[in-house]
Design a binder for this molecule. Structure first.
Ligand code: IPM
Ligand code: MN
Length: 348
């Protein structure tokens, strides 16, 4: 029998990216050995330092090289030495768009032992997943400026969605909800103000749900009310599906409720597998604490778990989950990166 083999492109990136990526990759090596599959890792230098040295954010040739991989693992991209927008658009968003990673999957799950900032809530109250649409909305870059620098300056940034983007995102969210025990999907929108865009989302949501997913309960929340409920009654939520911009914002709120940005993982998925999917912690490069052995690598490790699930390595993903569960009851907020690394690796 031939050994399963996965080709993984690793972009450790900037700031704390390399430190947390190292922990995740070490763990990957262990679980691959335990579960008898092979990984072929190829490291890529993209990020702030690479851009300052070479002027390249991410060239078409680099994209073509990345495309040869099954998945991409990304640490964090962002540098205070580079003007805002260049690396975000030139690396992160470029990858999401070029590889049509149309789902940004962001679980909000409170692990046992992690202190929840919401009074009276525990792991039984926080276990939902946000499906953030990842290709449209204000992120599409439609807009422009005129009469810049004058009192008459006009700036436009359009919220753009087409039917295909909406349908494929909703379909993914319904499938996910149908596979979970509570089978509940909440559309998060702003249909009382953004009437054009949410007319489309709402219509497809109900048509698709009725025709193909009658077993999934459909709910709707305005995004502002959803934020309130994510704090007041997070146990209401099972799967949430939302637009790109709202998804960006509410998942930072979700991250705080599950113990902070150091605990939030994500997958940028192309569910058709026509292009590589990309897994990354939700946090940024945190240059203020880089290189000081202070970064929490758990979000990076949770992103590795999502990567393994996507590759079908469910036993390995479960091993990573066990390693995380060995750490979360500890006082990890006050532990160094290397102490958390040791604790994660203890059982291997
Ligand atoms: C995220 C980030 C990115 C986004 C930025 C860095 C472009 O905030 O992954 O949530 O807005 O999507
Ligand atoms: Mn964000």
């Amino acid at each position: 029998m031939s050994v399963r083999k996965h080709r993984i492109a690793v972009v450790a990136g900037d700031g704390i990216g390399p430190e947390v990526t190292e922990v995740a990759m070490e763990l990957l090596g262990k679980v691959a050995k335990n579960r008898q599959f092979e990984v072929e890792l190829k490291r890529f230098p993209f990020g702030g330092e690479h851009y300052l040295k070479t002027g390249e954010t991410l060239s078409d040739a680099s994209l073509a090289e990345l495309r040869q991989h099954d998945v991409i693992y990304l640490g964090a991209v962002g540098s205070p030495k580079v003007k805002p927008g260049i690396l975000e658009k030139g690396v992160l968003l470029k990858l999401r768009f070029a590889f049509d990673q149309y789902i940004n999957l962001r679980p909000v799950k409170l692990y046992p032992g992690v202190e929840c900032p919401i009074k009276g809530k525990g792991p039984e109250h926080l276990d939902y997943v946000v499906v953030r649409e990842n290709t449209g909305d204000m992120y599409a870059g439609i807009g422009g400026t005129m009469m810049e620098g004058t009192d008459d300056e006009v700036a436009v940034q359009e919220m753009v969605y087409n039917h295909k983007q909406v349908e494929r995102c909703l379909r993914y969210a319904f499938e996910l909800a149908a596979a979970r025990s509570r089978k509940t999907l909440a559309l998060i929108g702003k249909s009382n103000v953004l009437t054009y865009v949410f007319k489309l989302w709402d219509r497809v949501f109900h048509a698709l749900g009725e025709a193909e997913f009658p077993q999934v309960k459909r709910e709707y929340y305005h995004v502002d009310a959803a934020c309130m409920m994510m704090v007041k009654q997070p146990e209401r939520f099972d799967v949430m599906v939302t637009t790109n911009m709202f998804g960006d914002i509410i998942t930072d709120l979700g991250a705080v409720t599950q113990g902070g940005m150091g605990m939030a993982a994500s997958g940028n998925l192309n569910p058709t597998r026509a292009f590589p999917s990309m897994f990354e912690p939700v946090h940024g490069s945190a240059p203020d604490i880089a290189g000081q052995d202070k970064a929490n690598p758990l979000a990076a490790v949770m992103s590795l778990k999502m990567l393994l699930e996507f590759l079908g390595e469910h036993d390995a993903a479960a091993d990573v989950d066990q390693a995380i569960r060995a750490v979360t009851p500890m006082d990890f907020d006050h532990m160094s990166t290397s102490a958390i690394r040791t604790a994660l690796l203890a059982k291997f």
